[in-house]
Design a protein around this ligand. Structure first.
Ligand code: CU
Length: 214
């Protein structure tokens, strides 16, 4: 049985797929709308050189707020908090003075087999309003033997509007065995919720209000 597991695991080992980088830990959605409260799924696609995964740690990048972790009955979830320099609005009008800094899923009902399957780890957060920003989610898989660290960042800052961005992004993803998972913020076509007023409409309203006030 152990031999069989190792054989399956070898097929899933990221080294073999380093040109596509698709076998590393990645976010299921690599793009999201700026300012939206967004569901994330961190996908763990293989173990550490044939060893099953028993713990996953995700570092939440700066600029994300209102972070919550999806219920997961197979893993024990722990969160570490980080104090904010200045408070930001949270749910229901209260102000937040700290945010989740790191999420750890540990002590699973059973570890993730080293190969052949993937598992998604869910959390939710409000994305920053800044458009075309690349956010890195440094992630560590701890295995029964060893670990895989997807914590590397680009050597030079990646600018999403750079015409060479796709090429540079691919370069970053293949430069090391441990590129950090990432998400790019895109301009939202409309407010997230149907009860929110769109920005231009808001501006128009103000103009009209001004006109009627004169
Ligand atoms: Cu990999």
């Amino acid at each position: 049985m152990k031999k069989l597991l190792l054989a399956t695991a070898a097929a899933g080992f990221c080294g073999l797929f380093v040109t596509t980088a698709s076998a590393h830990d990645t976010l299921t959605n690599m793009e999201g709308y700026a300012g939206y409260v967004t569901d994330f799924e961190m996908r763990v696609t293989h173990g550490c050189k044939g060893s099953p995964v028993k713990e996953v740690r995700v570092k939440i990048p700066e600029g994300l707020t209102r972070i919550s972790v999806g219920a997961n009955r197979d893993w024990k979830v722990e969160t570490k908090m980080r104090k904010l320099d200045k408070p930001v609005p949270g749910d229901g009008g209260n102000m937040l003075t700290e945010v989740v800094d790191e999420i750890t899923w540990k002590d699973p009902a059973s570890p993730i087999p080293a190969g052949g399957v993937f598992e998604g780890f869910k959390f939710r957060a409000a994305l920053p309003k800044e458009v075309d920003k690349i956010l890195f989610f440094r992630t560590i898989n701890v295995c029964e033997t060893g670990d895989d660290k997807y914590v590397d960042l680009p050597k030079e800052e990646l600018k999403v509007n750079d015409p060479d961005f796709p090429k540079k992004l691919m370069g970053f993803m293949t430069a090391t065995p441990g590129p950090s998972p990432f998400l790019i913020t895109r301009k939202a076509p409309k407010p997230q919720y149907p009860w929110e007023v769109a920005e231009p409409a808001k501006a128009e309203m103000t103009t009209q209000q001004k006109a009627s006030a004169n």
